[in-house]
Ligand binder design. Structure first.
Ligand code: NZQ
Ligand code: ZN
Length: 388
């Protein structure tokens, strides 16, 4: 295995009734709070009132920015950064799904620079400072609450670009599974696929594995496979929602990477789909991931699939490895498309072949994605065709 540094500074309050600590945590950073949220789900679920009450009780000044959309737009980031500057905001409080959290991280960074925040993405402008961010995630999926990344879309250029910086780790995150009871079936399914994909993209890499981390990843994947269907049937099942929520954070907070250096394969491909077609991230991943696994399977890689099939899906280890490998891909597809009920092909969601070449070129940036198998533009086009 490779050597590595692990440092995750996010303080987590997990469970019900932890919001009483919100005022004390916000107050550590100042008085002026910018509350950010999406299209209104936090009002419907009563969380908005609770948050505002805590803020007011603590004598803090409240400012608001709402309307952050799924696949969050750079315009929201620009607006938020400007409010931070104009109102001399001390701390941002992001309440919502990953889109709200991601946009807020870049508002916090944008507040500290004189240039357009899109430069963080288009020109890789340095992120040297950011205002503090506290998060209250309401959907189990992206892990943004416990990592330093964010993905922002620019509809003018039809780009969706992810970037990370240690300055963007939230200071504190409040993870209350009850806040996810109202997430509908579709977004519960997409979120569950996203969690699975974050793990699969690390599990299936050519880098040396650490047994301990492989077993953790297998346990995390089994957790999603066990609890996502329960959350779909019983949306207010606390145990199911709690397991999904904590798994989503640990799937992408750096822990499972160990010293593995890897590039994102399915994620790079998916971001092009949501950039152009504005689809839900997890849906794109559901369609791509089994095809990508199929594309990467050969005599050299089969061992990892065998491990996956036997340890995650419980396939009989006595069966010949290539058969286990194929069966594991089938079982993953069944989980995404039958159990979670997501659409299974590009044609069903309107993604057209005429865009493949353009999207494939951008997905790999005209180079090679160094993932489980190196992927160039032609490989990606092939995978897209398998998704039709
Ligand atoms: O906007 P509102 O009204 O809040 O509704 C949202 C939105 O329509 C709704 N929702 C959220 N919590 C709810 C709820 N509805 C009812 N009850 C609740 N408790 O769900 C819809 C989707 O929300 P969104 O934030 O877009 O979903 P998600 O958390 O899956 O975030 C997806 C975004 O995160 C990026 C994706 O690319 C995508 O843009 N990612 C971020 C990552 C990161 N920061 O590390 C990594 C991921 O791989 C991913 O790329
Ligand atoms: Zn993802």
């Amino acid at each position: 295995m490779n050597h590595f540094i692990y440092h995750n500074p996010v303080k987590v309050y997990f469970g019900k009734d932890q919001l009483c600590h919100l005022g004390e945590e916000l107050s550590k950073y100042g008085k002026r709070v910018l509350l950010t949220y999406g299209g209104g789900s936090i009002k419907k679920i009563g969380l908005y009132d609770k948050v505002v009450n805590e803020i007011k009780k603590s004598g803090l000044e409240l400012y608001e920015l709402s309307g952050i959309q799924p696949n969050p737009r750079i315009d929201s980031v620009r607006k938020g950064a400007q409010i931070c500057k104009d109102m001399k905001i001390d701390v941002l409080l992001a309440v919502g799904g990953g889109s709200v959290l991601d946009a807020t991280k870049y508002m916090a960074a944008g507040a500290c620079v004189d240039f357009d925040p899109w430069d963080f993405f288009s020109k890789c402008a340095p992120i040297e400072k950011a205002l503090p961010v506290i998060t209250i995630p309401t959907l189990a999926a992206t892990g943004s609450e416990m990592n330093d990344g964010g993905v922002i879309s620019n509809p003018e250029t039809k780009e969706k670009i992810g970037r990370s910086s240690p300055r963007l780790f939230p200071k504190v995150s409040f993870l209350d599974p009850t806040n996810t009871f109202t997430v509908n079936s579709y977004h519960t399914a997409c979120g569950s696929v996203d969690i699975m994909s974050h793990i699969i993209e690390v599990y299936f890499t050519p880098e040396p594995d650490l047994y301990m981390l492989d077993t953790v990843m297998e346990g995390l994947m089994r957790t999603v496979i066990k609890y996502a269907p329960i959350a779909l049937k019983e949306p207010d099942n606390y145990e199911a929602r709690a397991n999904l929520m904590w798994t989503s954070s640990w799937a992408i907070n750096g822990f499972i990477d160990g010293g593995k250096q890897h590039e994102w394969s399915c994620h790079s491909m998916e971001h092009e789909l949501s950039a152009i077609y504005d689809i839900t991230h997890g849906l794109g991943l559901a369609i791509l991931t089994p095809r990508w696994l199929e594309y990467c399977l050969d005599e050299n890689t089969v061992g990892k699939y065998y491990q996956f099939g036997t340890n995650v899906f419980g396939i009989d280890p006595k069966i010949e490895p290539m058969t286990v490998a194929r069966k594991s891909i089938d079982m993953l597809s069944e989980f995404f498309f039958d159990t979670l009920g997501l659409e299974s092909t590009f044609s069903k969601i309107g993604i057209q072949e005429e865009d493949f070449s353009f999207m494939a070129k951008r997905a790999c940036g005209g180079k090679i994605i160094k993932g489980f198998k190196p992927l160039g533009q032609k490989d990606i086009e092939e995978i897209f065709k398998m998704c039709l």
